[in-house]
Design a protein around this ligand. Structure first.
Ligand code: BGC
Length: 375
């Protein structure tokens, strides 16, 4: 009898363990979800915040104003979740003119075009000058300041955003139809897939402007983050950050991130801080790992994969402690860094740089992933 009771108890214990195991498995088999909630109103148009959650519990929130990533919540080495991007709690924060492009999509031409001028097929175009006599990030009202149409393709792990920029918008030629698909993958990557078509030849250079601090608020600056950039050269710039056309070697300079280096190690030797385009060591348009950032405090690692030839590594040099962000946090100089995958700045005026002109009948495509893990 005792033996039978023992066997019964053992069987029950085994069943209990199996059930519990199943529960653990359940989490990993959890379906990705997208939820949405109102995020204010711009004019008459409602702005919505979409939150993508994957099976691991990682979450990315995006608003359809500017296609802006408002939070990326990932675990640290102790499995504690934290938000690794700068931003604001409300739409008003994003609408203020001091918003330094937190988390948004950037276009039609990310980065600078010298004197806001370029010539295409014999015609000279003039764009608004919004940065020391040059055009930055697509002009006064770029793709970061418009409301995108959002839809949810099947699968609940992607958010699709579309926007048509009309012919002449910010001085650019052609009706440009842009589509951006944000996907939160099962392996904790935020993938951004851009595509566009036009009915007149036009420059294009789309990117995303997330400001990362992988410590999720624990460290006031990113100077202790360790970075690698797989690039032997960078595009030299003048004092207004316009390319000179030269591509100096990074070797034996503070621009060398070919092996891991704390951002703060040599930043003092770079006037103003890092705000440059690195010429990535890659050929063609395959999706390749090009950069990493690691925060030793939290153990968070971010890998950047892209199909693009360039990477603007910007260390939040113009943040100055005057912006109050999420949870009323103050964002000091170097509070975050950006890794903007892109074609090179001023491409339309630099014939030796990779082509940035999209023609009718062609399709612009670009894919970037920010992949999170711990070590
Ligand atoms: C530019 C910086 C600029 C910042 C705007 C970066 O992409 O390279 O020079 O200040 O965007 O917030």
């Amino acid at each position: 009898m005792k033996k039978q009771l023992f066997l019964l108890l053992t069987a029950c214990a085994a069943l209990f363990t199996a059930c519990n195991d199943d529960k653990t498995k359940d989490t990993t088999n959890m379906k990705p979800t997208i939820t949405e909630k109102p995020f204010g109103v711009l004019g008459n148009e409602p702005v919505t915040q979409y939150t993508l959650t994957n099976a691991n519990g990682m979450q990315v929130s995006i608003i359809n104003y500017g296609g802006t990533v408002t939070s990326i919540i990932t675990p640290d080495k102790d499995k504690k979740m934290g938000d690794v991007v700068l931003g604001f709690d409300s739409l008003a924060g994003y609408l203020q003119k001091e918003n330094p492009y937190f988390g948004c999509l950037v276009g039609r031409y990310g980065n600078r075009i010298a004197k806001g001028k370029f010539t295409l097929d014999g015609k000279t175009y003039q764009l608004p000058l919004n940065n020391n006599g040059n055009t930055l990030h697509g002009g006064l009202k770029g793709l970061d300041k418009v409301i995108w149409q959002a839809s949810k393709p099947a699968g609940d792990s992607s958010l699709q955003l579309t926007y048509t920029s009309p012919d002449g918008d910010q001085g650019f030629p052609g009706n440009l139809k842009v589509e951006v698909v944000y996907t939160l993958t099962a392996d904790n990557a935020l993938q951004i897939a851009y595509s566009a078509t036009t009915d007149k030849a036009t420059p294009i250079n789309l990117t995303n402007h997330c400001y990362f601090n992988l410590s999720a608020g624990k460290e006031g600056t990113i100077l202790n983050h360790e970075v690698t950039i797989n690039a032997a050269k960078y595009t030299a710039v003048d004092t207004l950050l316009i390319p000179t056309g030269l591509l100096p070697d990074v070797k034996n300079t503070p621009m060398d991130f070919t092996s891991a280096k704390a951002i703060g190690k040599e930043i003092a030797a770079v006037p103003g801080g890092y705000d440059h385009n690195w010429v990535l060591n890659k050929n063609g348009t395959t999706l390749e790992k090009v950069a990493t950032a690691y925060d030793p405090t939290s153990g968070r690692l971010m890998e950047v994969l892209t199909t693009e030839p360039g990477l603007q590594f910007y260390t939040g040099n113009f943040l100055d402690g005057t912006l109050h962000g999420k949870d009323n946090r103050v964002y000091a100089k170097h509070a975050a860094f950006c890794m903007e995958t892109q074609h090179f700045p001023d491409g339309p005026n630099q014939p030796a740089f990779p082509n940035t002109i999209l023609k009718p009948g062609e399709k612009y495509t670009s894919v970037t992933q920010y992949k999170f893990s711990v070590k």
